[in-house]
Design a binder for this molecule. Structure first.
Ligand code: GAR
Length: 216
């Protein structure tokens, strides 16, 4: 089976990247990670990727005059390694429409909330403040607007009495680690296509309970 070459972009610890690395070890997984790149030379996830034998690269935004120059360098780096799909995994730079349109329907993000609720930062604190009973995470194709775009999959977790942002964040993170590899697999095998700004899943994937609630 031909595997889709993917690049994973990180800025920090890279636990979602690690989940993708683990999933990609399966010979039936439809994606191969050809690059882990970071804007942050000190991202702990880079070492994790290297230890797993994956190529890494740094495109430090501080080395570039403006966002455009940074994104051009990032784009070239991704292409150099032959990646066809790009997965953001805790990549904490806002990307301009130039980049997101260049990679339209080929750029995937994971966000720690049930979008469109709680876009942006501090999602767990805000979920607790809002008093929601259900929280979770979303994997979506990226559009120019922040934390926006056709949804591939979501995972829900309960908000429990006594939860702190840290406790809730850990519960969501566990769900993220299951959801992201599944959604990337759907995208890389052509089973999650964008049509009319919605993701159409191939019919038999609808029944995949894990996609609906990977926390079970
Ligand atoms: C994850 O929770 C991810 O959903 C979030 O950053 C964390 C990165 O953790 N992403 C965003 O907030 C993007 N808007 P990780 O480096 O351990 O994967």
């Amino acid at each position: 089976m031909a595997k889709t070459k993917i690049a994973v972009l990180i800025s920090g610890r890279g636990s979602n990247m690690q989940a993708l690395i683990e999933a990609a070890k399966d010979e039936d997984y439809p994606a191969e990670i050809v690059l882990v790149a970071s804007n942050n030379p000190d991202a702990p996830g880079l070492e994790v990727a290297r230890a797993a034998g994956i190529e890494t690269d740094v495109v430090n935004h501080r080395d570039y005059e403006d966002r455009e120059a940074f994104e051009e360098a990032l784009d070239q780096t991704i292409k150099l390694y032959g990646a066809r799909i790009v997965c953001l995994a805790g990549f904490m730079r806002i990307l301009t429409p130039w980049f997101t349109e260049r990679w339209r329907d080929l750029l995937i993000n994971i966000h720690p909330s049930l979008l469109p609720a709680f876009k942006g930062l501090h999602t767990h604190e805000r979920a607790l403040e809002a008093g929601v009973r259900i929280h979770g995470c979303t994997v979506h194709y990226v559009r120019p607007e922040m934390d926006d775009g056709p949804i591939i999959g979501q995972a829900a977790v309960p908000v429990l009495p006594g939860d702190t942002p840290d406790v809730l964040s850990n519960r969501v993170l566990e769900a993220e680690h299951k959801l992201y590899p599944q959604c990337v697999a759907l995208a890389c095998s052509g089973k999650a296509r964008v049509a009319g700004e919605r993701v159409r899943l191939q019919a038999r994937e609808f029944g995949a309970e894990l996609l609906m609630n990977p926390h079970d």
